[in-house]
Every structure is written in structure tokens, then in C-alpha cells.
Ligand binder design. Structure first.
Ligand code: HEC
Ligand code: HEC
Ligand code: HEC
Ligand code: HEC
Ligand code: HEC
Ligand code: HEC
Ligand code: HEC
Ligand code: HEC
Ligand code: HEC
Length: 330
């Protein structure tokens, strides 16, 4: 008797949970994106009319349209793909009010009167003056983390946090090719980070001006969960993507120093050789005492040497020095 009551209790609990989950599953999004865009436009009676209706009356945007149609985003409209995904109104918002009364007759009348015909831009989304976050949301409604994997950490990145919008880097109407070419990356980055540009013209530097290394080898333009939007969790992991031989593990490690390459190196450029943060021997003398190298050593010898002339395996080694210790001499 007791058992069956307990059983019904559980059954009831189970059924309520099940129905609760079911409502969650079927619940609708609070407000559909299209409604939301009508609200940004400021008029709920604005409607979507399609690119043809937007652009058939006047030809001011013909070049812009043909570029767009040829781009990866515009190609989504073609008959073969059967996916009417991206058109002008996807980003500029519902266009019915903008083209209201924009008939071929009016365009002709304007032309004879020597006036330029323009649609009513005020009734479209004011992309230029939208806050950066909202501007990016217009792109992110399609470029979700699932659609564009590299945007997975966008919201964590320094750029999103500092009000940089997608369209600050991606000029949708610059031409038919939307992708950012490797050779353009540093120019793009320098346009907002001029102080970094100087570092890449110091005597020792990563070959970024030569385009053998690009900013996005180390940083993610779209942000990352790590400091300075680095591609890997630590500076060391970022560096050893290319300089794997410096990563260890070694039988003779250089203490903890190599856990962060910045102990001795600058990442972009330096006035010292080998991107060193400080000139040798002073680099080493921050942590070590100099020593004589023969019985006739003078104080001068101790300090005016390039320590790595002898300690050449400074990043760590598996081979002991002559005396059997780990002194990084071979
Ligand atoms: C992927 C989003 C997107 C799509 C699709 C799009 N645009 Fe744009 N458009 C923008 C952005 C972003 C701007 C720049 C606003 C700014 O200055 O920040 C812009 C600017 C413009 C401008 C202002 C002049 C200029 O060149 O900067 C015109 C005109 C324009 N778009 C027309 C169109 C037409 C016509 C279409 C359809 C063929 C279209 N757009 C499709 C995002 C888009
Ligand atoms: C209505 C949906 C939609 C919107 C809104 C949208 N995109 Fe796209 N975008 C696409 C699709 C679909 C593609 C083509 C498939 C792909 O490459 O992911 C694409 C492609 C791209 C590409 C080219 C990728 C390549 O490898 O060539 C870039 C860059 C891009 N979009 C940037 C933007 C930016 C910036 C915005 C906002 C101003 C934006 N998109 C808004 C759907 C959209
Ligand atoms: C700081 C500049 C910058 C910003 C801001 C930015 N991007 Fe990019 N984007 C790039 C660069 C550079 C590339 C080239 C790929 C690379 O090297 O990572 C790229 C590549 C892309 C691609 C091509 C596909 C791919 O994964 O390579 C798409 C799509 C794209 N970005 C969409 C967006 C969207 C959407 C936003 C806003 C949420 C955005 N980007 C913000 C610089 C930027
Ligand atoms: C439209 C301007 C703009 C462009 C283009 C741009 N950035 Fe930025 N970036 C910013 C702003 C603003 C910040 C945040 C303020 C700051 O720290 O400088 C930032 C921050 C950063 C940071 C973090 C700095 C810190 O001190 O934490 C890195 C790293 C970075 N950007 C790398 C890049 C790379 C790589 C590119 C090229 C793919 C790029 N940026 C292109 C505007 C830009
Ligand atoms: C070899 C890897 C690497 C390359 C290539 C690289 N960076 Fe960095 N960058 C780093 C590291 C590591 C830091 C962190 C430095 C620190 O904390 O002192 C950094 C820091 C930054 C910062 C933050 C400000 C600062 O100086 O600490 C900005 C901004 C930045 N990088 C932009 C760029 C730009 C723009 C490019 C391309 C022109 C670029 N980086 C290329 C590794 C790199
Ligand atoms: C994308 C690959 C790549 C990454 C990541 C990278 N490097 Fe480099 N590094 C290079 C290349 C290429 C050179 C130039 C080698 C040459 O000229 O033969 C170089 C050169 C160097 C040099 C010698 C510079 C000189 O003046 O001769 C040092 C030191 C160095 N890197 C340290 C680092 C550090 C520290 C990091 C991490 C912050 C790092 N690298 C990340 C590719 C990379
Ligand atoms: C204790 C200081 C120190 C640390 C930490 C350090 N380095 Fe170095 N590194 C040096 C010195 C000194 C040189 C110059 C060696 C020479 O003169 O031959 C050098 C040279 C280099 C070179 C260029 C010469 C070569 O052998 O290819 C690269 C690349 C390099 N380091 C990468 C790294 C990386 C990656 C890290 C982090 C894992 C790192 N270093 C950590 C001191 C250090
Ligand atoms: C940030 C501090 C730091 C810097 C800079 C540094 N080291 Fe070291 N070094 C250490 C530590 C910590 C150890 C490990 C000491 C231990 O295990 O007892 C070590 C160990 C050594 C050893 C082995 C000594 C022993 O007793 O095992 C030599 C040799 C050495 N370093 C040479 C250098 C040279 C040459 C430079 C300059 C290129 C340098 N170090 C830069 C911290 C540093
Ligand atoms: C002419 C070659 C030479 C030069 C230059 C040199 N060393 Fe050494 N160093 C050695 C030898 C050899 C040993 C002892 C190795 C052994 O006992 O097997 C040693 C040992 C060391 C040790 C560990 C023993 C101790 O005394 O604590 C440190 C630390 C060290 N050197 C740091 C430096 C620093 C810092 C510099 C630059 C100011 C430097 N060395 C320059 C050859 C040199």
C-alpha cells in the first residue's frame, strides 16, 4: 500500500517534469528578429519588399549590387542554391518605407528636373550610428558561433568589449571579395594599432613587414578567452606553435623561466638581437651573478660577455655540460 503511494508520487513528479520540458522545447523566441529590426527602424509598419523592389526603380546602387551578388554572401541568393538567405534588407532592415513612391515615373521626372533620386534612408536602420554591439548583432544573427567557428569567442574578445564592430574590419561593400586576405591583415590591424607598427620596424622583429608572419598567427582578430586575445592559452604555447624545439620538456630545464617566453623576449620587435627584452649580459645578471671564465679573469670579463657564447642551449637541454651539470653549454 505504502509502496504504491510512493510510486504514484514519483509518477506525478515525473509527468510534471516531462510536461515542463515539453513547454520549454516548444516555447517561441520572445521576439522574432524581423520584428526587432522593425523596431530599430522605428516604424512597426515597415515591411520587407526584397532586393528587386528596392533596386529596380533607380540604378544608383547597380555596382554595389553586382559586387554583392558576386560575393559569398550574395551568392546565397542564386537560384541554384535555392537559399534566399542574404539580401539588402538582411542588414539594412525592412525597406518598404524607404522606396515608397519611388516609381520609374518619379525617377524620370527627377532626371528631367536635374535632381538626383534617392530613397528615404531615414527609414532604414541607421547602421552608421548604431552602437557597436548592436551593429555586430546584425551580423551575428547569421554568423553564429555554429556558422562561423572562428566567432566562438567573439564576446570574450578585446574587440567586442572595446566597441569594435564587425564592419570596422569587414567592409561589406568594398568589392565582391569579402574575405580578409593574409597580405592585408597587418595593414588592417595597424590602422587602429599604430604603436604596434613601430615595433615591427625595430632591428630585431618577427618578419611581419615581409609578410612571413601575420598578426593573426598569434592573435585572434575575433577574440579569444586568453590574455591579449592570443590564440593559445599561454604565451609559451603561442610561441611553440612555430618554435617547437624551444618548448621542452628537457632533462635540464632553465628553472621556471621558459614557462613564459616574455621573461627574456619581446613578442613583436626589439632593439636587441633575437628579440631580447634586455641586452646580454644584463639580461642574465638580473637573476645570476657573473663569473670568471678562467683563473685569469678580471671583473671586466664577468660583465662584458655574451653569456650565450658558452651557454648556448639557454632554453634547456638534454645534454649535461662537461662537469656533468645542467649549465646549458651543450
Ligand atoms: C551583410 C550586411 C549588408 C548587406 C547584405 C548589405 N549592406 Fe549595405 N551596408 C552595410 C554596412 C555595414 C554599411 C556601412 C555602414 C557604415 O558606414 O558603417 C552599408 C552601407 C551601404 C550604403 C551606403 C554607401 C556605402 O557604400 O557605404 C548603401 C547605399 C548600401 N549599403 C546599399 C546596399 C544595397 C543596395 C544592398 C543590397 C544589394 C546592401 N547594401 C546590402 C551592410 C550591408
Ligand atoms: C542574413 C544572414 C547574414 C547576415 C545578416 C550577414 N551574413 Fe555574412 N554571410 C552569410 C552567409 C550565408 C555567407 C556565406 C557562407 C559563409 O561563408 O559562411 C556569408 C559570408 C560572409 C563573409 C565571407 C566569408 C568568406 O569566407 O568569404 C564575411 C566576411 C561576412 N559574411 C561578413 C559579414 C558581416 C561583417 C556582416 C554584418 C555587417 C554579415 N556578414 C552579415 C550570411 C549573413
Ligand atoms: C579586428 C578586425 C575584425 C573584426 C572586428 C571582425 N573580424 Fe572577421 N575577420 C578578420 C580577419 C583578419 C579575418 C581573416 C581570418 C583570420 O585571419 O582570422 C576574418 C575572417 C572572417 C570571416 C571569414 C571566415 C573565417 O572564419 O575565416 C567571417 C565570416 C568573419 N570574419 C565575420 C566577422 C563577423 C560576423 C564579425 C563581427 C561579429 C567580425 N568578423 C569581426 C578581422 C575581423
Ligand atoms: C577598428 C579599429 C581596430 C582594428 C582594425 C583592430 N583593432 Fe585591435 N583593438 C582595438 C581597440 C579599440 C582595442 C581595445 C583598446 C586597446 O587596448 O587598444 C583593441 C585591442 C586589441 C588587443 C588587446 C590589447 C590589450 O592591451 O589587451 C589586441 C591583441 C588587438 N587589438 C589585436 C588586433 C589585431 C591582431 C588586429 C588585426 C586583425 C586588430 N587588433 C585590429 C581596435 C582595433
Ligand atoms: C609572434 C607572435 C605575435 C605576433 C606575430 C603579433 N603579436 Fe601582438 N602580442 C603578442 C604577445 C605575446 C603579446 C603580449 C605582450 C605582453 O604582454 O607584453 C602581444 C601584445 C599585443 C598587443 C597589446 C599591447 C602590448 O604591446 O602589449 C597588441 C595591441 C598587439 N599585440 C597587436 C598586434 C598586431 C597589430 C600584430 C600584427 C602587426 C601583432 N600583435 C603580432 C604576440 C604577437
Ligand atoms: C607563426 C609562426 C611563429 C610564431 C607563432 C612565433 N614565431 Fe618567432 N619567428 C618566426 C619566424 C618565421 C622567425 C624568423 C626566422 C628567420 O628569420 O629565419 C622568427 C624569429 C624569432 C626570433 C629570432 C628573431 C631574430 O631577430 O632573429 C625569436 C627570438 C622568436 N622568433 C621568438 C618568438 C617568441 C618569443 C614567440 C612567441 C611570443 C614567437 N617567436 C612566436 C615565426 C614564429
Ligand atoms: C632565460 C632567458 C630566455 C627565455 C626564458 C627564453 N629565451 Fe629564447 N633566447 C634567449 C637568448 C639569450 C637567445 C639568444 C641566443 C643566442 O645568442 O644565440 C634566445 C634566442 C631565441 C630564438 C632565436 C635563436 C634560435 O635559437 O632559434 C628563438 C626562436 C627563441 N629564443 C625562442 C624562445 C621561446 C619560444 C621561448 C619560450 C618558450 C624562449 N625563447 C624563452 C633567452 C631566452
Ligand atoms: C628571470 C630570472 C632568470 C634569468 C633572466 C636568467 N636565468 Fe638562468 N636560471 C634561473 C633559474 C631560476 C635557474 C634555476 C636555478 C636552479 O635550478 O637552482 C637558472 C639556471 C641557470 C643555469 C644553471 C645553473 C645551475 O645552478 O643549475 C645557468 C648556467 C643559467 N641559468 C644561465 C643563464 C643565462 C646565461 C642567462 C641569460 C641568457 C640566464 N640564465 C637568465 C633564472 C634566470
Ligand atoms: C667563456 C664561457 C662562459 C661565459 C662567457 C659564461 N659562462 Fe657561465 N659557465 C661557464 C662554464 C664552463 C660553467 C661551469 C660549467 C660546469 O661546471 O660544467 C658556467 C657556469 C655558470 C653558472 C652555474 C654555476 C654558478 O656559478 O652558479 C651560471 C649561473 C652561469 N654560468 C651564468 C653565466 C652568466 C650569467 C654569464 C654571462 C654574464 C656567463 N655564465 C658567461 C662558461 C661561461
Amino acid at each position: 500500500m505504502r509502496f504504491s503511494r510512493l510510486f504514484f508520487c514519483f509518477l506525478a513528479l515525473f509527468m510534471t517534469t516531462l510536461t515542463a520540458c515539453e513547454t520549454l522545447k516548444t516555447s517561441k523566441p520572445i521576439i522574432p528578429i524581423r520584428e526587432y529590426e522593425r523596431m530599430i527602424v522605428g516604424r512597426l509598419d515597415a515591411d520587407y519588399v526584397g532586393t528587386n523592389n528596392c533596386l529596380s526603380a533607380c540604378h544608383a546602387h547597380d555596382q554595389l549590387r553586382s559586387d554583392f551578388d558576386a560575393s559569398t554572401m550574395g551568392a546565397q541568393l542564386s537560384a541554384e542554391t535555392g537559399l534566399p538567405l542574404v539580401d539588402c534588407e538582411s542588414c539594412h532592415g525592412p525597406g518598404s518605407l524607404a522606396v515608397q513612391g519611388l516609381t520609374p515615373e518619379r525617377v524620370a521626372a527627377d532626371r528631367t528636373a536635374g535632381r538626383e533620386t534617392a530613397c528615404n534612408y531615414d527609414t532604414l536602420i541607421d547602421l552608421e550610428n548604431l552602437p557597436a554591439g548592436a551593429k555586430s548583432l546584425i551580423c551575428l544573427k547569421c554568423h553564429t558561433a555554429n556558422a562561423t567557428f572562428t566567432l566562438h569567442d567573439w564576446n570574450l574578445g578585446d574587440h567586442a568589449v572595446s566597441d569594435v564592430a564587425c564592419s570596422d574590419c569587414h567592409q561589406v561593400h568594398a568589392g565582391p571579395d569579402l574575405s580578409v586576405q593574409m597580405e592585408d591583415v597587418s595593414r588592417l590591424c595597424f590602422s587602429c594599432h599604430p604603436e604596434i607598427r613601430a615595433e615591427f620596424y625595430l632591428p630585431s622583429r618577427h618578419p611581419v613587414p615581409e609578410k612571413r608572419v601575420v598578426c593573426t598567427d598569434c592573435h585572434s582578430a575575433h577574440g579569444s578567452p586568453y590574455e591579449k586575445s592570443l590564440r593559445e592559452a599561454t604565451v609559451k604555447e603561442t610561441c611553440t606553435r612555430c618554435h617547437a624545439e624551444k618548448g621542452g620538456p628537457f632533462i635540464f630545464e632553465h628553472g621556471e623561466t621558459t614557462e613564459d617566453c616574455r621573461t627574456c623576449h619581446r613578442p613583436h620587435g626589439s632593439v636587441q638581437n633575437n628579440l631580447l627584452a634586455v641586452q646580454m649580459p644584463f639580461l642574465c645578471l638580473q637573476c645570476h651573478q657573473g663569473h670568471g671564465t678562467s683563473s685569469t679573469s678580471t671583473t671586466k670579463d664577468r660583465f662584458y660577455t655574451r653569456c650565450s657564447d658558452c651557454h648556448s642551449e639557454i632554453h634547456g637541454t638534454d645534454i649535461p655540460s662537461a662537469s656533468g651539470g645542467g649549465f646549458f653549454t651543450q
